[in-house]
Write a protein that binds this ligand. Structure first.
Ligand code: GDP
Length: 404
């Protein structure tokens, strides 16, 4: 009998222990996952890329069962964790002199042009074949037919005048001629001066960023916001590329990093109304500049014309647009020039941004695209880093082409 009672007691104790374990492990399973960080606390990815999902860093250390089963805390109502600290607003690099700092990126792919020309010009006999080679070098570097012919013509004259050529003389000569080709007297400022709205309020500078998707338009808008913030301006972003699902998120992430608000609309919504609201927000906030990222679907020219034309007209209800920047992927060469032509017919381009000059792009595209549009290159993209957008400086560019 005693044995039976003992057996029953052991069984009961065992049961209680097992059920306790089960409850405990159920409690553990029922624990809600680490609370999702709110947009304001999610550390943005170092570099937002197209199609790349934002990684949500695990900010909560793993909790033990003991920590979880604190007295008073239930499995379904865990104690709210302390809010993680708000993201730090980054301080972007100053924009002045960026091209000089980033010069190494440029020369990696570009200096074959300068070096090639210098080698050819150093030949003892500059015969017709050599001049043809010089011409080919320029054409291969995307300089374009007319500017190539002009440059070769001028080089021929100057070399003749020079007579004997030392390497230093040749380098100086080539530098002068390339600089002239690139142009040193264009106004390359991105105009963002504030003005006055139709109803007399102070209006921020308004910049429209246009270009075909994939050229780096959204990234450039984000990087430009950083350039402006670095220069002490306050910025509002308008995510008027409502057709590409990730574009607004991507832009917002860029904005959050430098404390710039992003105005966005519903996916697939009317880009013009987002652009209008962005400027309205800029006026209300007393911001210095509103940057508007537009949709770049190059489906048909009429479609593009309707879309961009409308965005510009609607924004102009607030007052003038100060800059229309066309973003071109420098690696696309001739294709980029065709895009440039189409956009220029649709909207008055006031400046060009050449992206991806750090890649396989050929430097001559700077010359070709300026000729094509009669508009200066104002900014160049030299990498995927947040501060890899540089104001274009002809001297630094040409120096990178020919090397020191
Ligand atoms: P969008 O569709 O025109 O808005 O293009 P995105 O801004 O999303 O950029 C497309 C891709 O180009 C992204 O992976 C960018 O990081 C990349 N990109 C943009 N500018 C540059 C640049 O100057 N250099 C390099 N290497 N990549 C760039």
């Amino acid at each position: 009998m005693e044995i039976v009672i003992l057996a029953v007691v052991i069984a009961v104790v065992a049961l209680v222990a097992i059920s306790g374990l089960v409850v405990s492990s159920r409690k553990k399973k029922r624990l809600p996952p680490a609370p999702p960080s709110s947009p304001s606390v999610t550390a943005p990815p170092a570099e937002p890329h197209v199609g790349e999902e934002a990684e949500t860093p695990r900010e909560e250390p793993r909790r033990t069962i003991e920590e979880v089963d604190l007295p008073g805390a239930t499995a379904t109502e865990p104690e709210a964790p302390a809010a993680p600290p708000a993201p730090e607003i980054e301080v972007p690099e100053p924009s002045a002199g960026r091209l000089v700092r980033l010069r190494a990126r440029l020369s990696r792919s570009q200096n074959s042009l300068g070096k090639g020309l210098l080698t050819l010009l150093s030949r003892e006999h500059l015969d017709e074949d050599t001049w043809e080679e010089i011409e080919d070098t320029l054409l291969t570097a995307d300089v374009g037919v007319a500017p190539t012919q002009e440059l070769v013509e001028r080089l021929r004259e100057r070399v003749k005048v020079l007579g004997t050529r030392t390497p230093d003389e040749l380098r100086a000569l080539l530098r002068t001629e390339l600089l002239q080709l690139v142009g040193t007297d264009s106004d390359r400022t991105v105009h963002t001066e504030s003005g006055v709205t139709a109803d007399g309020q102070e209006k921020p500078g308004v910049v429209l960023v246009v270009g075909v998707n994939g050229t780096g338009k959204t990234t450039t808008t984000g990087k430009l916001a950083r350039v402006l913030v670095a220069d002490g301006r306050s910025v509002v972003l308008g995510a008027a590329d409502t057709f590409r699902a990730a574009a607004a998120d991507q832009l917002q992430t860029w904005g959050e990093r430098v404390g710039a608000r992003t105005v966005r609309g519903p996916e697939g919504g009317d880009p013009a109304s987002v652009a209008f609201d962005a400027v309205k927000e800029g006026v209300a906030e007393g911001a210095d500049v509103v940057l508007i990222d537009t949709a770049g679907r190059l489906h048909t020219k009429t479609g593009l014309m309707d879309e961009l034309g409308k965005v510009k007209r609607v924004v102009e209800k607030h007052g003038a647009v100060d800059e229309v920047l066309l973003v071109l992927d420098a690696t696309t060469g001739q294709n980029g020039l065709i895009q440039a032509r189409v956009f220029a017919e649709v909207v008055d381009i006031t400046g060009i941004v050449l992206t991806k000059l750090d890649g396989t792009a050929k430097g001559g595209i700077v010359v070709a695209v300026q000729r094509e549009l009669g508009v200066p290159v104002k900014l160049v993209g030299l990498g995927e880093g947040a501060d890899d957008l540089a104001p274009f400086e002809p001297e630094a560019f040409v120096d990178a082409l020919i090397g020191d």
